[in-house]
Design a binder for this molecule. Structure first.
Ligand SMILES: NC(=O)c1ccc[n+]([C@@H]2O[C@H](COP(=O)([O-])OP(=O)(O)OC[C@H]3O[C@@H](n4cnc5c(N)ncnc54)[C@H](OP(=O)(O)O)[C@@H]3O)[C@@H](O)[C@H]2O)c1
Length: 384
């Protein structure tokens, strides 16, 4: 029985993880859960999964939980609470927090030498260099949860990094595939959230529509699999049947195919190195019929280009890109800015950044704070 801690259990990935646990109760035991503000759902999860500890955003919500829960469990709160929960006794911690707030938990789990199932891609984007240095000094391992990175991870089993010619990350293209800038001027939040293939949290859904999600994934792949940016290619594959591929120096390509359901890569990360019966119906290739590929449109969806350029520049650029993106996505969701302002503002913030060596979390925090406040200033100007 593997003991699990699920950070972000009330989110899209967190809820799907609990569904995997529900289907394999003899394999997994939940010992820790975290929510930010959705304590109603957290209370339901506590009564169903009986964890030993939970954490929420602040002291007031922690008190509400203390007053309401009949179960005798530890209740933490705030940033410190996330760290305390992440360090609770467990075999595997799944980080399904959204945004760079997940970085500290990622680092704490790695320092503790345990296995981290990583959905929180922003951790890798912002702290990839620091994380990789820590990984080389501990027993810790990261098993990716993102469907593309899980696919690549599986294609690389038994292979040598030096024999990889390139990694091919597939992308559905999002809800606006094929549209031009002029058609994107007036798109609404509702249209942007309507992803054609995946049902996900709000932030990643907006990132998928702008193609920033694929850009963050390119940076994530660079750090997770130790490959140069020139060896990571993005292909639009609207059917989302191939989750990603690896091309080797002898011309062979390994592809990972499967149903479009995040519970499969989540379950793989939890059960690795074993496999468990599928939580979803199997893929029917006869129904799939066609697998098509296109080049990404970097002119009308420039966020992907900005992300790749930031990754190549390195240092604190990915951190600035990510912070600016988190702020503009929040502003778009609040209907403060238009869809087209998203790349425009990110570009402006990136162009004002002077790169710094990301020597530690304090440097990253300083740079992130600058990027967030500068982005908010520009959002303010955009609205006035
Ligand atoms: N959803 C997918 O299908 C998918 C696929 C691949 C990768 N990912 C990646 O997985 C991560 C999670 O995505 P998601 O779609 O599951 O996000 P989500 O639905 O928005 O859930 C986010 C979780 O984090 C918690 N949270 C939010 N802000 C927080 C904060 N400041 N401090 C602590 N906890 C906070 C939320 O708590 P409350 O509910 O209480 O607000 C919730 O439990 C992201 O990095 C995303 O890119 C997601």
């Amino acid at each position: 029985m593997k003991k699990l801690i699920i950070l972000g259990s009330t989110g899209s990935i967190g809820r799907q993880t609990l569904d995997v646990v529900r289907k394999h109760q003899d394999a997994f035991q939940v010992v820790g859960l975290s929510a930010y503000r959705n304590i109603e759902l957290l209370m339901d999860q506590v009564s169903e999964f009986r964890p030993k500890a939970v954490t929420v955003s602040d002291a007031d919500l922690a008190q509400v939980l203390r007053d309401s829960l009949k179960e005798n469990i530890k209740i933490f709160y705030g940033k410190k609470g996330l760290t305390e929960l992440a360090l609770f006794d467990a075999d595997l911690v799944l980080n399904a927090l959204v945004g760079s707030v997940g970085l500290e938990s990622t680092i704490e789990v790695i320092k503790s030498g345990r296995t981290l199932a990583l959905a929180n891609k922003e951790s890798m984007v912002v702290g990839g260099e620091i994380i990789n240095k820590l990984l080389s000094k501990t027993e810790a391992t990261i098993i990716p949860v993102d469907s593309e990175h899980s696919a690549i991870y599986q294609c690389l089993i038994g292979e040598k990094t030096k024999e990889v010619n390139k990694i091919i990350l597939t992308a559905s293209g999002g809800p606006f595939k094929g549209r031009k800038t002029t058609d994107l001027r007036l798109v609404t939040v509702k249209e942007t959230l309507a992803h054609p293939k995946w049902n996900m949290g709000k932030k990643i859904s907006i990132d998928s529509a702008t193609l920033m999600n694929k850009g963050l994934e390119v940076i994530e792949a660079h750090f997770l699999f130790h490959v140069d940016y020139d060896k990571v290619e993005v292909l639009i594959h609207p059917q989302s049947v191939i989750h990603s591929m690896v091309e080797f120096i002898d011309g062979s390509i390994k592809a990972h195919l499967g149903p479009t359901d995040m519970r499969i890569p989540i379950q793989y990360a939890l059960s690795y190195p074993s496999r468990l019966p599928s939580p979803t119906p199997m893929l029917n290739l006869l129904e799939t019929r066609q697998l098509t590929f296109e080049e990404p449109d970097l002119v009308n969806f420039p966020c992907l280009k900005y992300a790749i350029e930031s990754g190549k520049k390195g240092g604190t650029f990915p951190s600035v890109l990510n912070a600016a993106n988190e702020e503009v996505v929040a502003a778009f969701l609040n209907e403060e800015i238009s869809f087209l302002s998203i790349p425009k503002i990110i570009y402006k913030v990136l162009s004002e950044h002077e790169v710094v060596e990301p020597t530690g979390l304090d440097v990253l925090k300083m740079v992130e704070d600058w990027a967030r406040s500068r982005t908010k200033e520009i959002i303010g100007l955009e609205r006035s």
